[in-house]
Design a protein around this ligand. Structure first.
Ligand SMILES: C[S@@+](CC[C@H](N)C(=O)[O-])C[C@H]1O[C@@H](n2cnc3c(N)ncnc32)[C@H](O)[C@@H]1O
Length: 248
């Protein structure tokens, strides 16, 4: 999907009612998807069926499962109501426009849910940096979960989408080191480094933000969702990050 005009950072690219939106870490996502699909109006069923299925063999029919695996984008949102058993508030979302977007490990856009309530929300995509007319509008399919991981790990996480992300180039080695460091700092923040409520580990957060900048990753909304899910919305680190997040 290419930009039809210039977009400023943080601009709304699309906002749509999802075709399917299921709990990624729910007890039975396949059954949930099937029930949602069966409840769709006929024309919306056709929109789902028109999406690609990277699992379908040549000449053989597509399957709902294959379409969902190929097209669901993981979205983590602050305060999103989730099943009590879920480790994070995460939805797998299939959308008529959303699912036309390609993946990039340094994406130009970020997807989020418009509401703290799953039932009343829509999926929206905003640019995370300025995008020029004609440039591709891309998303990180895994919703940021594997964003702070080296290339090999990202490629493994993306294998279910039926393509191999071609992050190459001279910078690949340095990028791997930076993302490994991002993962390390991130895990420190989530498992103790930011536990002290009076002192939200500002050095670690600043290092993390600097690494985001060096990687040209302006995805603070996704980072915010993860922090909130793991530390709780009231944690000072979450508040610190919230001030840098794009408008919802
Ligand atoms: C969610 S769909 C994306 C929309 C699809 N390109 C279309 O034309 O409708 C996912 C599929 O797009 C392709 N794709 C997405 N991002 C890609 C990338 N970075 N490199 C290669 N193929 C990609 C893969 O075939 C993948 O199975």
């Amino acid at each position: 999907m290419a930009a039809a005009r210039d977009f400023a950072e943080g601009e709304l690219v699309l906002c749509e009612e999802p075709l399917l939106a299921f709990e990624l870490f729910g007890a039975s996502p396949r059954q949930e998807v099937l029930a949602q699909f069966q409840a769709l109006a006929e024309e919306r069923k056709t929109l789902v069926a028109d999406l690609s299925d990277c699992y379908a063999l040549p000449g053989r029919p597509k399957s709902l499962h294959g379409i969902v695996e190929t097209n669901n984008i993981a979205v983590y949102s602050l305060g999103l109501e989730a099943a009590a058993s879920a480790p994070a508030s995460a939805l797998g979302v299939v959308g008529n426009l959303l699912s036309r977007m390609n993946h990039s490990c340094a994406p130009s856009c970020e997807a989020s849910w418009t509401s703290s309530r799953r039932a009343s929300g829509r999926i929206q995509v905003r640019t995370s940096s300025a995008v020029q007319e004609g440039a591709e509008l891309t998303l990180f399919y895994e919703g940021g979960l594997h964003l702070r991981a080296p290339r090999a790990e990202r490629q493994g996480a993306l294998s279910g989408y039926g393509f191999r992300c071609a992050c190459e180039g001279e910078e690949a080695q340095r990028s791997d080191e930076r993302r490994a460091r991002m993962g390390h700092v991130w895990r420190g923040l989530c498992s103790g480094g930011a536990e002290d409520a009076a002192r939200p580990a500002p050095e670690a957060l600043q290092e993390l933000l600097r690494l985001y900048d060096e990687e040209a990753l302006q995805l603070h909304g996704a980072a915010l969702g993860h922090l909130a899910a793991w530390l709780g919305e009231e944690h000072p680190s979450v508040e610190w990050w919230r001030r840098r997040a794009p408008e919802q």
